[in-house]
Structure formats: C-alpha cells, structure tokens
Design a protein around this ligand. Structure first.
Ligand SMILES: CC(C)(COP(=O)(O)OP(=O)(O)OC[C@H]1O[C@@H](n2cnc3c(N)ncnc32)[C@H](O)[C@@H]1OP(=O)(O)O)[C@@H](O)C(=O)NCCC(=O)NCCS
Length: 157
C-alpha cells in the first residue's frame, strides 16, 4: 500500500505543529530559531508556505519569504519517521510553482555543505551554487561551510 501525502497551504493554525517539526530537525541541518510566534508572524507578514500531511497529520513543511525579485526558502523539513517518501520533493515543487506564478525570478536558499540529504534534494531540482559562506556552521569544534543556492524560475516549470 502506498502512503498518500497531501500538500496544502500553511496557515497560522499550523504554527505549533510546524515549529515543533522544525525544532526537531535542527541537529540534522534544519534552520534554528523557529517557534510558534515566528511561524505565525511570518505568515501574517508576507511569507508563505506549505505543509505535507499524511492522514491529517503534519509530517513536513516548507516556509518561503519574498526577498525583492527572489523568493527564499527559509526552511524545509520532513518528520524523521516519514523520510524518503517524497514529501520534501512535493513541498519544494509546490513552493517553486507558487513562487513562479507569483512572478518571482529566482528561488534562493542556504544549505550546509555537510547536509547531504538537503543538497541531494536541491540537486534534483537543478539548484546551482551562487555563494559560499565559509565556516558558517559549527559542529562541535568543526566549522562547516554553507552554500547559497539559486534556481531560476521559469513559467513552464
Ligand atoms: C532534507 C529533507 C527535508 C528531505 O526530506 P524527505 O521528505 O526525506 O525528502 P524526499 O523523500 O522528498 O526526497 C526527494 C529527493 O531528495 C534526495 N534525498 C532526500 N533525502 C536524501 C538522503 N537521505 N540521501 C540522499 N538523497 C536524498 C533524493 O534525490 C530524493 O529522491 P529519491 O528518494 O527519489 O532518491 C529531510 O532529510 C529533512 O527534514 N532534513 C532535516 C532538515 C533539513 O536539513 N532541512 C534542509 C535545510 S537547508
């Protein structure tokens, strides 16, 4: 039996579930600093996002912030118990479609060099490196670089 993943627009009511999901993903490379209020504030400002659900439970989320002509993925994460089912792919695709139809020129994001899963996901969409932030993250005593990636948005996506 295949697991059915449903993608829908993120609303303020999802802020607790999404903040909890993001919190759990920090050690694996997810962005830090997200709590209920920051998710809600972003939604009430100009941000937008999507959640992935399985049987009405949020198992993934993606949050995007407009930045001039670009849209920026601020975070994307999938619950540890539901990895490699295509949830992040579906979330990212939906975010790219939304950004394209809203007229943004590029999707940008930042990812740690050692985040293999996320780098593989972005590779699958054709994101390209446009910037390097040396020693941007700390893993214990080790410094890890971060890359800024971009994908040109085309209406035919
Ligand atoms: C990165 C992350 C969001 C991927 O979520 P996911 O739902 O498991 O990803 P998907 O199942 O949609 O994978 C889509 C594609 O991404 C790539 N991918 C995802 N996880 C991968 C992994 N562990 N190893 C290799 N490739 C991977 C593959 O190309 C995959 O396609 P495939 O399964 O057909 O090979 C998830 O690992 C996560 O939440 N990590 C912690 C948070 C984080 O680091 N976020 C990114 C911040 S920049």
């Amino acid at each position: 039996m295949t697991t059915s993943i449903h993608i829908r627009v993120l609303s303020c009511e999802d802020s607790e579930a999404v903040a909890c999901l993001f919190e759990k993903s920090i050690e694996e490379g997810g962005a830090s600093g997200w709590d209920n209020n920051s998710v809600r504030d972003l939604m009430q400002a100009c941000g937008f996002g999507f959640v992935a659900e399985i049987r009405n439970t949020v198992i993934g989320a993606c949050i995007v912030l407009p930045a001039g002509e670009d849209a920026e993925i601020l975070n994307i994460a999938t619950d540890l118990n539901y990895r490699r089912l295509g949830a992040a792919y579906m979330l990212l695709r939906r975010a790219l479609l939304a950004a394209t139809s809203s007229g943004f020129n590029r999707m940008i994001l930042e990812v740690a060099d050692d985040n293999f899963a996320a780098n593989s996901l972005y590779d699958a969409f054709g994101f390209k490196k446009i910037g390097l932030r040396r020693a941007y993250y700390k893993r214990g005593t080790q410094a890890v670089d971060a890359h800024v990636l971009a994908l040109e948005l085309k209406p035919s996506l």
